[in-house]
Design a binder for this molecule. Structure first.
Ligand SMILES: C[S@@+](CC[C@H](N)C(=O)[O-])C[C@H]1O[C@@H](n2cnc3c(N)ncnc32)[C@H](O)[C@@H]1O
Length: 303
């Protein structure tokens, strides 16, 4: 933890913010006047910090705080244990894809870490992990898993769109359907580039643009028809209490990466083997993924 305090935090304000957050988690029902004032001040500050994007950040935080317990129960079996370092909808092991490279001794940031199973597994292997997430409920679960596994590293409640971290301190920034799915890429990509060292890697798995263009909301499944424009698809609101997601056309992703000094090393479009099921998908949607890409994994290098 000590190296993080010295090297990562961009300001003492961020440190104070984390400390206050810990206190609030431990005593969530504390009704004192001081506590309420503190909350009001915090709300005011977050309004000014996220002007223009506050809508989806607030909304997504509320969604993730609400569904975190359900999400963790439902997916713990595929997210935890030995498959903890596995990618995407079909849980392809990192040992097979080798996207992160050797992580021993590396400073690693997981964006939207959830219960931080990936980061815990990487820290066990000798990485210097840091996890950030928007949701305090997700982070509370991450702290439980840290206690159970006796693996400790910093967990920060923040939005990936505004990282309270210093420039150029990470060797690797990554996420598996984390903040790169739910945060505005026009804000997150510059932030990730900023906190990476030259030569550092940025790897993330998220939906493919095809998934949104063909998703039939009424039937709640993938279709074989183009139901939404590809160009201009940016902020995606699938309704029914789902978190807001973001997606860009491929060319716009690449322009955004280049503008921020990131070079594409690899773009993987995961394809399930015949008959392969996914804990996240219905059978027909998993089968759909044999013919069209459901998800992409980008691997980038900071120049
Ligand atoms: C689908 S979960 C994935 C978590 C983890 N990769 C896993 O598989 O358990 C997405 C996570 O992203 C977090 N998230 C959403 N928007 C975020 C943002 N703007 N900044 C940081 N985290 C965010 C959510 O709170 C949630 O924990």
């Amino acid at each position: 933890m000590r190296w993080v305090r010295k090297e990562l935090w961009s300001s003492s304000t961020a440190r104070r913010g984390e400390a206050r957050h810990h206190r609030r988690e431990r005593y969530p029902k504390r009704p004192s006047r001081v506590f309420r004032m503190d909350r009001q001040r915090k709300r005011k500050r977050s309004r000014s910090r996220t002007a223009g994007s506050a809508g989806h950040i607030r909304y997504n935080r509320a969604v993730w705080d609400r569904i975190s317990g359900w999400y963790d129960c439902r997916h713990a079996c595929v997210l935890g244990g030995t498959p903890a370092t596995a990618w995407g909808l079909f849980r392809v092991p990192e040992s097979k894809l080798g996207l992160l490279g050797n992580t021993r001794g590396k400073a690693i940031l997981e964006l939207g870490c959830g219960a931080a199973r990936w980061s815990i597994a990487l820290a066990r292997g000798g990485a210097r992990s840091t996890g950030i997430d928007l949701s305090s409920v997700q982070l509370a679960r991450a702290r439980e898993l840290q206690r159970e596994s006796k693996v400790r590293f910093p967990l920060v409640r923040a939005s990936a769109e505004q990282l309270p971290l210093r420039d150029g301190v990470f060797d690797l920034v990554f996420c598996d359907w984390g903040a790169m799915t739910f945060a505005d890429p026009m804000r997150t990509v510059p932030e990730c580039a900023r906190v990476l060292r030259p030569g550092g890697k940025f790897v993330f798995a998220t939906a493919s643009p095809f998934r949104y263009v063909t998703f039939d909301r009424a039937k709640d499944r993938q279709s074989r028809r183009l139901l939404r424009p590809y160009f201009g698809s940016y902020r995606i609101d699938l309704g029914s209490d789902a978190a807001v997601e973001f997606q860009l056309p491929y060319g716009t992703w690449i322009d955004l990466f280049r503008k921020n000094g990131l070079t594409v090393e690899r773009l993987m479009e995961t394809r399930p083997t015949p008959g392969r099921q996914s804990r996240y998908l219905s059978r027909p949607d998993a089968k759909w993924g044999r013919s069209w890409p459901l998800e992409t994994i980008w691997k980038l290098r900071k120049e």
